[in-house]
Each structure stands twice: as structure tokens, then as C-alpha cells.
Design a protein around this ligand. Structure first.
Ligand code: HEC
Length: 208
């Protein structure tokens, strides 16, 4: 069967453990990694709930600085799933099972009472990357890349098929600071790498 429903498969494990041990209260589900995505028949199902994951930063490639048409318009709000964030802040690496979401938001206005700038407008797209040895054994770094954006950027697809490696991975491999991920543009990941509790903010007077 060509179905890999990781999220569902993993939720059964704690249930089985709990019933074997008789709900004694000694069962720790924390040790059992949970994945935040489902791939079915080779298609990534559109992830849900990511605006409640850990927000890591917002690169912006405005159309008006990219010949009127940025490759990924325009603000990119980037989120990592909470379990992968926990591993990043402790070990400084992306675990097998990481999903990172990049939600595209247009430039809505270029002036506010605070000054001129690029202010976020409407949601206009959704991209994702996942790291999975079992799903992507042959992709560099085991990462694969997806887009749920429709070509006209007015809606989202339900599912997405991975891009061929050359379309996305090659640039990520060549230019990203950490394991194909552009951590150099995400202050939360940069400052929090292997910092433990200090990664959560507010623990130090240093801005580094
Ligand atoms: C020419 C280089 C280049 C190509 C090709 C490219 N990307 Fe990226 N990607 C970037 C850069 C730079 C960032 C971080 C800054 C930004 O968002 O503008 C990024 C960030 C991302 C992120 C956020 C997580 C991360 O790894 O930093 C996702 C998801 C993503 N890209 C998806 C894609 C998809 C899907 C494709 C293929 C259709 C693709 N990228 C092709 C350069 C590239």
C-alpha cells in the first residue's frame, strides 16, 4: 500500500502503550516523536494549524525590487513545527520529520504613520519543505519541497506533489546556512541554535 500516514501512525503508539501499562500515569508520550504532516500517494496533504507553530522570521522579496514579479512574492512568514523546534534549540539540528512552512503575504501598503515601508497585506500562497528519510531517501539531505499556491496566487490546493530536486533543492543546498534551511534569514533559529531554554527569549541582556 502506497500510503504513509505518519501523523496517524504515531498517535496510535502512545494509545497502545497506555493500554498495555494500564494508564498507570508512567507513560511518557514526550519521548515519542510526532510528525506534523501526512503524505498520501506521494502527495503532501495541506498542513493545518501552522500559525500556532513556532514563528522564525519573515524575509521579504517585494515585487517592486524584483522587476515587478518576485519568484516568491512578497513577505515570507516562516514557521517550524514545535517538536522540530525543541530539537533545534537543544541540539542545533533539524530532526528527521521536520516540516517548515513559508506562508506568502503580499505588500499591502507602503506607508504607515510610523514611516514608509513594506506592510503585510493579504495571504497569497503557501510553500513547505519536509525532511524525511523514509519519504525522501534519494533527495539531498532528505528534504523535499512543495507549493500549495495556485498560479494566480488567489487560492490554495488541497495537496501538493514534491518538486523535482533541481527546481528547489539545488539552490537551498548551495546557499542555505544550515542543512538546506536559510537560517541566516531567521533570527529565531539563528539565535536559538543549541541554546536550550535561552533560545526562548528574554533570558539575557545581550542582543546576540
Ligand atoms: C534561487 C534560489 C532558490 C530556489 C530555486 C528556491 N528557493 Fe526556497 N528559499 C530561498 C531563499 C533565499 C530562502 C530564504 C529567504 C526567502 O524566503 O526569501 C528560501 C526559503 C524557502 C523556504 C523556507 C524554509 C527554508 O528552507 O529556509 C521554503 C519552504 C522554500 N524556500 C521553498 C522553496 C520551493 C518550494 C522551491 C522550488 C519551487 C524553492 N524554495 C526554490 C531560495 C531558493
Amino acid at each position: 500500500m502506497d500510503v504513509k500516514n505518519i501523523a496517524n501512525a504515531n498517535t496510535y503508539i502512545p494509545l497502545i502503550l497506555a493500554s498495555v501499562i494500564g494508564m498507570s500515569g508512567f507513560v511518557s508520550t514526550a519521548a515519542i516523536a510526532k510528525d506534523y504532516f501526512t503524505v498520501k500517494d506521494g502527495e503532501l496533504q495541506r498542513p493545518t494549524g501552522y500559525r500556532e507553530w513556532v514563528y522564525v522570521g519573515t524575509p521579504v522579496t517585494p515585487n517592486d525590487m524584483n522587476n515587478g514579479k518576485a519568484a516568491f512574492p512578497e513577505h515570507h512568514n516562516v514557521y517550524i513545527d514545535p517538536e522540530s523546534w525543541a530539537v533545534w534549540k537543544d541540539k542545533g539540528e533539524f530532526r528527521d520529520g521536520t516540516i517548515i512552512i513559508k506562508e506568502l503575504v503580499s505588500v499591502g501598503s507602503k506607508a504607515a504613520v510610523s514611516g514608509n515601508g513594506y506592510f503585510q497585506g493579504d495571504y497569497i500562497g503557501l510553500e513547505a519543505t519536509i525532511k524525511s528519510k523514509s519519504l525522501n531517501p534519494n533527495e539531498p539531505g532528505n528534504w523535499s519541497y512543495y507549493s500549495f499556491s495556485t498560479p494566480d496566487h488567489t487560492a490554495l490546493t488541497e495537496t501538493a506533489r514534491a518538486f523535482p530536486a533541481a527546481a528547489c533543492n539545488a539552490c537551498h543546498q548551495a546557499a542555505a546556512a544550515d542543512d538546506f534551511v536559510f537560517t541566516q534569514y531567521y533570527p529565531v533559529l539563528r539565535a536559538g541554535k543549541a541554546k536550550g531554554e535561552a533560545a526562548t527569549g528574554g533570558h539575557s541582556s545581550s542582543l546576540k
